[in-house]
Design a protein around this ligand. Structure first.
Ligand code: GA4
Length: 355
């Protein structure tokens, strides 16, 4: 990215993160679709207002999250079939000042069956499950709405081409609750602290990474900590806004489904792994991280919309020309996911799929 582009981007985000208003009238729909595509191309990150997720569902989700994380550790560790984790992230030595509950959304149907240790909130084992189910259903609808608009904005023939991937019963979507407890910033340097950042948020809650799935729908309480990096080494704090959802796009999938018109709409030229494989296109998958706060707990909820494990990612013939040869071999989401999990949080993943 050119320096001047970066300056433009930085001030644009500082002053005005892309905001998409989903309540627009049908007449404005194509304009909303255009703005979503623009936000995906320029930032890979935007927030949505008038998103249609009912407030009571959001409030309940936050309430049960706090109740869950307030439980004793031994109880949280038994939260099967949901996966509780504390500090360790992934399987290859990453860590952060975070505790979380992470599970494939399909797990909820498994959880319908009686499990030995259901998460019990207010002594009611069905409450947690039903609150999470309603939340997931609502944010999946939001994700589908956004994906349909993206398809429209990209002039893809089948407007539900993207959303049907995550509506698929075999979709490998993941749900995550994160609790970043208050952590005092120590003056000593260690692997987990950020040099030179402000004194009340200097420990890493969740290290630098980009999300591997199709798109992420993120919501947090009113405590900040999320930062995005549209350019190497530049970190921009995202102000918390509990009334909105933050959307984060991963880009590799698009090339499978984009048609020629969409391909023509794309430009080129980012060095992020997700982006290179995408459409030979312009969608940016933004690097982000979370820093913990020294005084308050940050609570965030993320839905990571993913295709089924056997969904296949191949390069569109339209995108291959003598001057832009196909760089990547075809792969499935399962293969990509396996690679993601074999690496560290911030590692590049796509080199492995180069021809
Ligand atoms: C980042 C996005 C999601 O939170 C997640 C994460 C996953 C995990 O925490 O288990 C990963 C991380 C995420 C990317 C690299 C790998 C896998 C930790 C890690 C070191 C659930 C996901 O799908 O990828």
């Amino acid at each position: 990215m050119m320096r001047s582009d970066h300056q433009k981007l930085k001030s644009a985000i500082d002053d005005n993160l892309p905001i998409i208003n989903l309540s627009s009238s049908p007449l404005e729909r194509s304009e909303v679709a255009r703005l979503i595509v623009k936000a995906c191309e320029e930032y890979g990150f935007f927030k949505v207002i008038n998103h249609g997720v009912p407030n009571h569902i959001i409030a309940k989700m936050e309430e049960v999250s706090f109740k869950f994380f307030n439980k004793p550790v031994t109880e949280k560790q038994q939260a099967t079939p949901f996966g509780y984790g504390c500090k360790n992230i992934g399987f290859n030595g990453d860590s952060g000042e975070v505790e979380y509950l992470l599970f494939p959304t399909k797990t909820l149907s498994i959880a319908q069956a009686q499990t030995s240790n259901p998460i019990s909130i207010d002594d009611d084992p069905t409450k947690f499950r039903s609150v999470v189910s309603s939340y997931i259903e609502a944010v999946r609808e939001l994700a589908c709405k956004i994906l349909d608009l993206m398809a429209e904005g990209l002039w893809v023939h089948d407007k539900s081409a993207f959303s049907k991937l995550i509506r698929d019963v075999e979709s490998d979507s993941v749900f995550r609750l994160n609790h970043y407890p208050p952590v005092l910033c120590s003056s000593s340097k260690n692997n987990n602290s950020i040099n030179g950042s402000s004194s009340n948020s200097c420990k890493v809650g969740f290290g630098v990474h980009s999300d591997p799935q199709i798109l992420t729908i993120l919501r947090s309480n009113d405590v900040g900590g999320l930062e995005i990096s549209p350019d190497h080494g530049v970190w921009i704090p995202v102000s918390p806004d509990p009334t909105t959802f933050f959307i984060n796009v991963a880009a590799w999938w698009c090339k499978v489904y984009a048609d020629e018109a969409a391909a023509l709409a794309f430009g080129f030229g980012f060095d992020d792994d997700n982006v290179n494989v995408m459409t030979n296109g312009k969608f940016v998958s933004v690097k982000h991280r979370v820093l913990s706060n020294s005084a308050k707990s940050r609570m965030s909820v993320a839905y990571f919309g993913a295709p089924s494990l056997n969904a296949r990612v191949t390069t569109l013939p339209e995108l291959v020309t003598p001057t832009k040869p196909c760089l990547y071999r075809p792969f499935t989401w399962a293969e990509y996911k396996k690679t993601v999990y074999s690496l560290r949080l911030g590692d590049s993943r796509l080199e492995i799929f180069r021809k």
